[in-house]
Every structure is written in structure tokens, then in C-alpha cells.
Design a binder for this molecule. Structure first.
Ligand code: PM9
Length: 458
């Protein structure tokens, strides 16, 4: 039998969640327009909406917050964070931002010209938004297998080099401001990219003088998969692997709210001196001084400590294997999920879960709402609703992956919580035939999944 590592932490502070009755949950989700984003947190017993900003901080991080230097300029916590990012990621320059999308905004605004193309290994909502808002077209160059939930590959987040070459041939290298390489790939199910693929992408880009920027939001999870799955890395530390990964990039955007083990924070990092100068000018306008970028001193201290904790093997092993435990229980019961299980969550395949619904009947949105009603477990739609509409045709992007994401916050839940979620999903799966689809009753024009409202189809 597979061994799942025990929690490598002791619990020092506890939070008592509410446990609503079924009737109360039905009323709560109706009031939230059947959108789990619009539920009150206090109405959720187990909150798997996201792993973003939901991390439990360590006693060392909390202690670090007490030495927050809240000076407007030159905070010592910034110097600590800056030195830590340079040491662990290997970049020459760092610009702080309030969270990941702040970094995406600066990078996209500085590098993208209207009419250009930004290729990436599958889209992410906020990342693509900033690319498109600056006039670029996003092109998905992830391997085909990433769009098939059933195919089990060790590095399903890899870039297809033929697709990248074909785009260069089609639009010309001068029309590609940079390549966006995400480690891991969120919407593919938290799938990692191999070191070999990163090396090969670098080689191809060097031939054309193309820049590669990583979305390093979940890079420690990616590094763990490299250690466990790729030849030649078993004896390397997570820190060594992370450094090698970023040696193949020109820079990165980071949401510290995930693998930074904090509740708020981010950065943009790069090696190019001129880009750094321009980013420092811009950060003042949108985020704050280049010595805080929208974060308080105490947040920056916690972030610096969080980066150091996130590369500890016992931490990252438990993190990823706890998620595998939930996934393995569902697979054993025949529940359709994206395979293999990724680094930050388990993704239910809503098309196979609710085969009687068409994609226009929003199977993933429907399933997320019903999982909450049945169990108090909050999850997130990652399908046609998150996909949004094509800016040119106005039609829905209809992603092949129609999923419900059970995203596990770091260091927050135990295996017993995984069992509760697994039991609820298995029970829902057995009774899935009676579930009716949803339709939009309010659709916001941008990033619609956050605030949209739904009701049952007629
Ligand atoms: N991800 C998530 O739940 C939070 C918002 S949902 C739109 O998965 C990647 C790969 C992310 C990500 C956020 C961001 C943006 C960039 N890249 O939320 O702005 O998963 O810190 O980061 C969310 P911020």
C-alpha cells in the first residue's frame, strides 16, 4: 500500500469552522447565485475554493511579523525579501508587488505591443487578461495531452516545441514579446513541467533571441515532481532544483499567496537591467515604492521566511502527497478526475461526472454548487465559466477541460478532512443523475467567474 507522510507540523492555533445544516447550505448557495465565489467563508466547513492566500503561516513567520519595519522607504524586511528571492531564484533584480496579478500587469504593459502574440502552456485567467488588455493574442502551446483528463503523464505541463516553432514561423519572432511558461500549470490540473522541457524551450528561444518569463506561482510543487519523477534529480535538494529551473528563464511573475506560504504578496523578477529600471518606474504608479510594492513590512518578512520554508523536503512532500491521498481515494471509487493528480489540488472531470449536461449547461459550475449543498465543502469551477468569451467573436471559449477544482490550502487541513471531502464526492457521484444544469442570470464582462450569478436551467 502507498505510504502517505504524516503532517510535518504541530497545530498551535485553531480556527473553529461553522457546520451548517443541509437546509442552511441550500439557502446560502441560492443567495450566492449558485456561485461558490459568492458564498460567505463562514458558511463553508471545508474551504477548498483556492490555495491562494489561504496558507497557514508558521510560528517563525508570525514571529517575523513582529519585526515588521513599516517605513515608507528602505524597509529592512524588503531587503530581506529581495535577498531571499535573489538567493532562491537566482535573479538579478526583484520588484515587489501586492500579489501575482500586480506583477503580470507590469510585465504585460512593459513588454507587449498591440497585435502581438504571447504563447503559453495553457492560459491562466488573470495572466491572459493582462496580455489581452495590452493588445496581445494568447496562443496555447501546451502538449495536446494536457487537454485530455484521462492521459496519465509525469510532465503534462510541458510546452510542445513544435507548436512554439510553428507560431514563430507563422507570426514572426518580432511579434512574440515573450513566452509565458507556468510551473506548474494551474488549469491543466496542477501539472508540472520537466527540467528537460525547460532546457529545450531555452535552447529554441536562444536561437531566435526570444525571452521566456516563468509564472513561478507554484514552482516548489513543480520542483518536487522533478525530484520524484525526472532522471538525475532524486539526490538534488528542492532549492537546487528551483535554482536550475529559473536559470533557463529571463524572469518571473510570482504570487506569493501560493508557494510563498503567505496570505498576501508577490513579485516580478528579471535579469535585464533596462526592464528592471522601467518596472521600478511603473511599480510606483500601480503598487507603491520599489521597497514595498503594495505589501506591508511584516508581510514581506513573512514572505521571505515562507520561501525558505517552502523548499524544505518534509513540507513539500506532505503538501503534494496529501493531495494525492484525496485523489487516490476518488480514483479508487471510480470518480472521474484529471490524471495524474497535480500539485495543488484534485480536479473533478465534470463532463464525465455529469454526462447528461451539455457544456452550455455549465456542468462544473453545477457540480461545485451541489458539492457545497451536500457537504459544506467549497470548491471552484474551472471550465467554460472561467474560460470567458473570445474578445473578437464574443463567443464562449469552450475549454476541453471542464473541471471542479478542490484546491488544498497549505498546512491547514488533515487527512481526516480529505476523507470527509472524498466521502461527500463519492456519495454525490452515486446520486448524480438527478442534478440539473445551471445558466447565467448575471454575466460580468471581465473575469466573469468571480461575480457571475446563476440559476437552474428551465
Ligand atoms: N490563482 C487560484 O485560485 C487565485 C485567483 S483565481 C483567478 O488559482 C497563477 C498560475 C495563478 C494565480 C492565481 C495568479 C494570480 C497567477 N498565476 O491571485 O494575483 O494560479 O496573486 O495571482 C488563483 P494573484
Amino acid at each position: 500500500m502507498k505510504h502517505y507522510p504524516a503532517e510535518p507540523y504541530r497545530i498551535k492555533v485553531v480556527e473553529t469552522p461553522n457546520m451548517l445544516s443541509k437546509e442552511e447550505r441550500y439557502a446560502a448557495i441560492k443567495e450566492a447565485g449558485y456561485n461558490t465565489f459568492l458564498l460567505k467563508s463562514e458558511d463553508c466547513y471545508i474551504d477548498f475554493l483556492t490555495d491562494s492566500g489561504t496558507n497557514a503561516m508558521s510560528d517563525r513567520q508570525w514571529a517575523g511579523m513582529m519585526i515588521g519595519d513599516e517605513a515608507y522607504a528602505g524597509s529592512r524586511n524588503w531587503l530581506h525579501l529581495e535577498a531571499t528571492v535573489k538567493e532562491y531564484f537566482g535573479f538579478k533584480h526583484v520588484v515587489p508587488t501586492h500579489q501575482g496579478r500586480g506583477a503580470e500587469n507590469i510585465l504585460s504593459t512593459l513588454l507587449i505591443k498591440p497585435g502581438t502574440y504571447v504563447p503559453g502552456n495553457m492560459y491562466f485567467t488573470t495572466t491572459r487578461y493582462h496580455q489581452e488588455a495590452n493588445g496581445a493574442t494568447f496562443r496555447d502551446i501546451i502538449i495536446d495531452e494536457a487537454h485530455n483528463p484521462e492521459i496519465d503523464l509525469p510532465f503534462k505541463g510541458n510546452i510542445d516545441l513544435n507548436k512554439l516553432q510553428a507560431l514563430i514561423d507563422e507570426v514572426g519572432v518580432e511579434n512574440i514579446p515573450y513566452i509565458c511558461l507556468a510551473v506548474t500549470v494551474n488549469l491543466a490540473g496542477g501539472q508540472p513541467v520537466s527540467m528537460k522541457n525547460m532546457r529545450d524551450v531555452r535552447k529554441l528561444c536562444d536561437r531566435y533571441g526570444l525571452k521566456v518569463f516563468y509564472d513561478c506561482t507554484r514552482c516548489m510543487e513543480n520542483a518536487y515532481f522533478i525530484k520524484m519523477r525526472e532522471d538525475g534529480y532524486a539526490d538534488k535538494t528542492i532549492k537546487e532544483i528551483v535554482l536550475e529551473m529559473f536559470s533557463y528563464s529571463d524572469g518571473a511573475t510570482m504570487s506569493g499567496k501560493k508557494d510563498g506560504l503567505v496570505n498576501m504578496g508577490g513579485f516580478l523578477a528579471m535579469n535585464d537591467d533596462e526592464l528592471y529600471t522601467r518596472a521600478r518606474e511603473m511599480v510606483v504608479v500601480f503598487e507603491g515604492m520599489p521597497s514595498y510594492g503594495g505589501m506591508s513590512g511584516r508581510d514581506m518578512e513573512a514572505f521571505a521566511i515562507g520561501i525558505k520554508e517552502s523548499v524544505q523536503f518534509e513540507y513539500i512532500q506532505h503538501r503534494v502527497e496529501q493531495i494525492a491521498y484525496l485523489g487516490d481515494r476518488l480514483i479508487a471509487a471510480g470518480v472521474p478526475v484529471i490524471k495524474p493528480i497535480g500539485g495543488h489540488g484534485v480536479f473533478l472531470d465534470a463532463r464525465l461526472f455529469l454526462p447528461h449536461l451539455t457544456q452550455e449547461q455549465l456542468p462544473a459550475q453545477t457540480l461545485a454548487a451541489h458539492l457545497y449543498m451536500e457537504s459544506g465543502v467549497r470548491s471552484m469551477e474551472r471550465g467554460i465559466v472561467s474560460g470567458g468569451r473570445c474578445k473578437i467573436t464574443g463567443k464562449n471559449h469552450a475549454p476541453k477541460l471542464e473541471t471542479v477544482r478542490l484546491t488544498i490550502p497549505r498546512r491547514v487541513y488533515t487527512y481526516a478532512h480529505m476523507d470527509i471531502a472524498a466521502d461527500a464526492i463519492i456519495s454525490l457521484y452515486k446520486n448524480r443523475d438527478s442534478i440539473r444544469g445551471l445558466k447565467f442570470v448575471y454575466e460580468p464582462p471581465m473575469l466573469r467567474f468571480f461575480n457571475a450569478r446563476f440559476d437552474y436551467c428551465d
